[in-house]
Design a protein around this ligand. Sequence first.
Ligand SMILES: Nc1nc2c(c(=O)[nH]1)N(C=O)[C@@H](CNc1ccc(C(=O)N[C@@H](CCC(=O)O)C(=O)O)cc1)CN2
Ligand SMILES: Nc1ncnc2c1ncn2[C@@H]1O[C@H](COP(=O)(O)OP(=O)(O)OP(=O)(O)O)[C@@H](O)[C@H]1O
Length: 208
Amino acid sequence: MNMEDNQQENRSDGLDIIAAKRCLRQEIKERLKTLTEEECQKADREIGERLFGLEAWREADVVFCYVSTGREVDTSTIIARALEEGKRVGVPLCTAPGVMEVRQIEGAESLIPGLYGIPEPKRDCPLIDPEEIHLAVVPGLSFTADGFRLGYGGGYYDRYLPRVSGLKLALCREKCLSSQLPTEPHDMPMDGVLTEHSTWISFHSVKV
Ligand SMILES: Nc1nc2c(c(=O)[nH]1)N(C=O)[C@@H](CNc1ccc(C(=O)N[C@@H](CCC(=O)O)C(=O)O)cc1)CN2
Ligand SMILES: Nc1ncnc2c1ncn2[C@@H]1O[C@H](COP(=O)(O)OP(=O)(O)OP(=O)(O)O)[C@@H](O)[C@H]1O
């Protein structure tokens, strides 16, 4: 095969992966619709308990957590508990397509409706640098049991997380786990995945 054919092949592979991701996002959204409100609340409570039981949670002074919206695993209790425990809590602020930063909040009063309708920190909230984050709680539509992630397709976390050296933990209801996910070179595996039934932490990560 000559070089041009090879490049052509890589290009079509890349497009296939993007199409496969798009297709899977739809499939997971359909799967999510089959869960009742009560089932989601129960699962989310159990996921939270697993998180609070981790040494990594207890030891983290700076926590970066998404502000849940729609059918995502609810993080309101997680954020409230972190603040109660005196942790510094940062949440995402989208600043450009695919680019986000993390701003420190003091509570719900620090949030206003942002891009995509997701509550975001007000612009005067202080910046938290990625190197300061001890624990990142990461959203996603689906994860594999060993930490690969399917997000919403904005590339925000893919660009941000490589700068975070702290532990990266995914929250995922069991129903949304996938046995395999299409991945691109920029997709970064998580250090752990918490579901209502299981806690998986990578052997490579410390302090669990
Ligand atoms: N609660 C929460 N906050 C978050 C995220 C998140 O996943 N959850 N993000 C995580 O990144 C960032 C926002 N990311 C977003 C990424 C894409 C789309 C979006 O509109 N996606 C298209 C689908 C694109 C495709 O399929 O290729 C859509 O839903 O129509 C919205 C938000 C930052 N804040
Ligand atoms: N580090 C990166 N550098 C350049 N482009 C990137 C990077 N990460 C992602 N992208 C691009 O952003 C787009 C979305 O990526 P992907 O489908 O992996 O997003 P996602 O992880 O589902 O989204 P999110 O992180 O916002 O939830 C893709 O076109 C991808 O090529």
